[in-house]
Design a protein around this ligand. Structure first.
Ligand code: CP
Length: 319
């Protein structure tokens, strides 16, 4: 693997999941694979799970991870080509990225969208500029429109826990939130589940919360949450802001919050969320604290997703 920006960089999703679950059984199976190699983890935005799980994964492979909180500690970066840098930006990615490419063997980057300009965000300018100029493999730690390490984790978790000899029904349901959030997790989950092709997949959201069709194509989409939840095996709960009239909150209807009563029509569904979660806004205490909640299990699996991706990247470097 030469980079990991989306599911398109994965030749065989099922094989990747199998390898990740093998690392879960034996975390140190490849403890020298990354010996002598270092990974820079660049955060332009906050993180807990991604930052720590990727560091642990790198260490399990014998790599040295170094975290750099660009948004907090670094110079403000410029990403536009031919920019006249007379404003707030101090350093151009054309210098920063190749320097980081000399310091590290692999670069992980987290860069959220502005939610102000859809074209800019959906062009993935920031992460693509790093790919263009750093000269080493880049791993997305969540970009403007996608969160592939989260989605791989989610499919690892579903594969690990669903043992019936049939296709699981997976429902991605919108949840209320007080802030306008990116579409990344929902886009990415839809893209991975569709590419995986082993589930009956339904997306439920209020009117005006459509996602980009290039990610959702293949899923059934409804505005009726109750109907979507019927017979579900997994319910993935996530808020996102509007896509068409970009980055807004139109609806904050608490009726969309998942409750135990709503879960009664499901197939004893397991409940997923990428975290962090706003309790009693996005998800009720009763669901999060109940036996059907997978959120801790899911977050723990972030290590195995990161480890299998880094191992594939390291094998790509060695070729
Ligand atoms: N789910 C997730 O990416 O968590 P963090 O933002 O804490 O990394």
């Amino acid at each position: 693997m030469k980079k990991f920006l989306s599911v398109d960089d994965v030749p065989d999703i099922t094989a990747l999941i199998t390898k990740a679950l093998a690392y879960k059984v034996n975390p140190l199976a490849d403890k020298t694979l990354g010996a002598g190699k270092s990974m820079g983890l660049l955060f332009l935005n906050p993180s807990m799970r991604t930052r720590l799980s990727t560091q642990i994964a790198a260490q399990n492979l014998g790599m040295e991870p170094i975290v750099f909180n660009v948004g907090q500690d670094g110079w403000t970066l410029e990403f536009e080509e031919e920019a006249i840098m007379s404003g707030n930006t101090v350093e151009h990615v054309k210098e920063a990225a190749p320097i980081l490419g000399k310091y590290f063997d692999v670069l992980g980057i987290r860069t959220f969208p502005s939610l102000k300009n859809k074209e800019d965000d959906y062009s993935e300018l920031y992460i693509n500029q790093f790919v263009k100029y750093c000269g080493i493999p880049v791993v997305s730690l969540e970009s403007a429109t996608l969160h592939p390490l989260q989605s791989l984790t989610d499919l690892i978790t579903i594969t690990e826990l669903f043992k019936e000899n049939r296709r699981p029904k997976i429902v991605l349901t919108w949840a209320p939130h007080v802030k306008a959030l990116p579409q990344c997790v929902a886009n990415s989950f839809a893209q991975w589940v569709n590419a995986w092709g082993k589930a009956d997949f339904v997306i439920a959201h209020p009117e005006d919360y459509e996602l980009d069709r290039k990610f959702t194509q293949g899923a059934r989409i409804t505005h009726h949450q109750e109907e979507a939840l019927k017979d579900a095996d997994f319910v993935y709960v996530k808020n996102w802001s509007t896509y068409t009239d970009y980055g807004r909150i139109y609806c904050n209807d608490p009726e969309w919050m998942l409750t135990n009563e709503k879960l009664e029509s499901t197939h004893n569904a397991k409940v997923m969320h990428c975290l962090p979660v706003r309790r009693n806004v996005e998800l009720s205490d009763e669901v999060l604290d109940g036996s059907n909640s997978l959120v801790i299990h899911q977050a723990a699996n972030r290590v195995w997703a990161a480890q299998v991706v880094l191992s594939e990247i390291l094998r790509g470097i060695k070729k």
